[in-house]
Design a protein. Sequence first.
Length: 95
Amino acid sequence: MLALKWRVSPAEVDEVLQRLGRRLPHVLARVQRDSRLDELTLDSLDVVELLCAIDYEFGVRLTQEEFGRARTVADLAKVIAKRSSRPRRADHALR
């Protein structure tokens, strides 16, 4: 279970849905704030596309393990919010 004490507002979750939905409409078309990620039946390519979209839209590189620990879209938004508030790693800035 993902233990996240980080809080995000419904508006922040909606922003994650909107920004990722623009990049992956075929994956996120019917997703709501409280949708369970395991119900999306994402294949491995969908997960990679979603991770790339998160990196592009939010500047946050999540591993597949980190993504896998998020149970709902709101959990995913919490991870993105928490990670985007950290200073970016130097190796990312060099690319």
